[in-house]
Design a protein around this ligand. Structure first.
Ligand SMILES: NC(=O)c1ccc[n+]([C@@H]2O[C@H](COP(=O)([O-])OP(=O)(O)OC[C@H]3O[C@@H](n4cnc5c(N)ncnc54)[C@H](O)[C@@H]3O)[C@@H](O)[C@H]2O)c1
Length: 439
């Protein structure tokens, strides 16, 4: 069994490395020559815990390789996975399928013998049918099936998610393609991971429904948190109280500055557009998109309020830039909105992130980049925690206080305890809980 992975980004690289760990021969292809050169030299182009070891073990074992040569790789493959990006199209928010369709054309041109072409990218319902048509058009003689196999891994715990998924979804009606996919996922099949065979459209829909549901859950608890603030209830206890209900579940009930990342924002918006175009608008998801966008923008205002109504001429220290911990991914990160809002208010921003700064530097201007958490703090008017990296959970509060002069913390992830912060002499503001003045 030989697998070709087209697109060696977060999903392609991690899936490719994990399939090779399953014992399959995998070649990861990318158009980005620099990325492939780095991978060939044993350097990871992204930060993901455990990835470097996984890749090097499988490269040494001869099961995993990297190339820009799509043609030769596809010709030798039994299954070709498309894992290219599907960003929102500029202007209208629909999923931009140009990378998927371009990859399909190249694959069609290179296929040799029966091939299963698998869309792992998140694609709108009906894309599999289009991919099938494109391949037929380029290669009327080709022998192939097009399968949908959406990916559910989360950055930061991606390897564990891939190796021990809650389920694998495979969309195809072809028995031959099902057999190939069973073989590719053999270790998961053997350890009785639920493998759900559906139609292609259903598999495509499952991915969007899953992401929009989770985005809705986050947005719901965020709105409840805002109400808790007004009514003097504690949203963290509310989340616990409802999360213990088995029908609700405790995951994705952490209040914060709004969801970001490479998936939820683009997938919610793309599904909204698909639904509108189909004449079946999804009012709930439309609202989720609007509420979350507004929330991310409103976070800067919380900092301004904590700074007595103005950040003009003040220095603000920012801890955490990535959209969540344990990744270097900055796509749609709430930090982008928070920092832009503070800069508009006249603040000087100093920032530190353990892994995200190389990316962040390409997306933001006018920020003073620091090499450690404490380097952000001297004389800052407020310290803002945007991403809950572990190293920010146990700051030396005495040192923080000394560096800042006037200790004001805005904790957008609720990683500190309001009573303890008050006792330590901080003016502490958090989300969905009573914010306490200094003792
Ligand atoms: N990142 C995640 O956490 C995640 C999780 C689940 C699903 N997904 C979905 O997986 C897909 C990929 O996401 P990603 O985050 O890995 O994207 P990414 O931008 O990190 O990587 C995409 C890669 O594809 C390459 N590429 C584009 N066209 C190509 C072509 N014709 N031939 C070879 N390489 C090509 C690009 O150079 C890039 O390296 C998206 O549809 C996304 O929605 C992502």
């Amino acid at each position: 069994m030989r697998v070709a992975m087209i697109g060696t980004g977060y999903v392609g690289l991690i899936s490719g490395a994990c399939f090779s760990e399953f014992g399959i021969d995998v070649t990861c292809v990318d158009k980005d020559k620099v990325k492939i050169k780095r991978l060939q030299a044993g350097e990871m182009p992204i930060y993901e815990p455990g990835l470097e070891d996984l890749v090097s073990t499988n490269v040494v074992a001869g099961r995993l390789s990297f190339t820009t040569d799509l043609k030769a790789t596809v010709a030798a493959a039994d299954a070709v996975f498309i894992a290219v990006g599907t960003p929102n199209r500029r202007g209208d928010g629909h999923a931009d399928l140009s990378y998927v369709y371009a990859a399909a054309e190249e694959i069609a041109d290179a296929m040799n013998g029966y091939t299963v072409v698998v869309t792992k990218s998140t694609v709108p319902v009906g894309t599999g049918r289009e991919v099938e048509k494109i391949i037929r058009c380029v290669r009327p003689d080709a022998h192939y099936d097009v399968v949908s196999n959406p990916e559910f891994l989360r950055e930061g715990s991606a390897i564990e998610d891939f190796m021990r998924p809650d389920r694998v979804v495979i969309g195809t009606k072809s028995q031959r393609a099902k057999d190939v996919m069973r073989h590719v996922y053999r270790p998961l099949y053997l350890n009785e991971t639920p493998i759900l065979f559906t139609s292609r459209q259903t598999a495509e829909m499952i991915k969007y429904a899953a992401n929009t549901f989770l985005a809705t859950k986050i947005t719901f608890i965020n709105e409840i948190a805002d109400l808790c603030e007004v009514l003097e209830a504690d949203s963290q206890d509310v989340a616990k109280g409802i999360g213990l209900d088995g029908r609700i579940g405790s995951k994705f009930l952490h209040v914060g500055p709004g969801y970001g990342g490479s998936c939820f924002p683009k997938d919610t918006l793309a599904l909204v557009r698909t639904a509108q175009q189909s004449g079946q608008p999804l009012k709930i998801v439309e609202t989720v998109v609007d509420v979350n966008d507004a929330r991310k923008k409103a976070m800067a205002e919380r900092v301004i309020v904590a700074c007595d109504g103005s950040v003009n001429g003040k220095t603000i220290a920012i801890l955490g830039l990535t959209f969540k911990p344990n990744t270097d991914d900055m796509r749609e990160a709430p930090s982008l909105d928070v920092i832009a809002g503070l800069q508009r208010g006249g603040a000087t921003v100093r920032a530190y992130d353990p892994e995200g700064m190389a990316e962040a530097k390409q997306m933001m201007e006018g920020v003073e980049w620091c090499k450690s958490a404490y380097e952000t703090m001297p004389d800052a008017a407020a310290l803002v925690i945007i991403t809950e990296w572990n190293e920010f959970r146990a700051l030396d509060l005495h040192r923080v206080k000394q560096l800042m002069g006037q200790p004001v913390m805005v904790d957008l992830r609720n990683i500190y305890n309001p009573d303890e912060m008050a006792a330590a002499g901080f003016r502490y503001s958090c989300i969905g809980r009573a914010s306490l003045p200094p003792s």
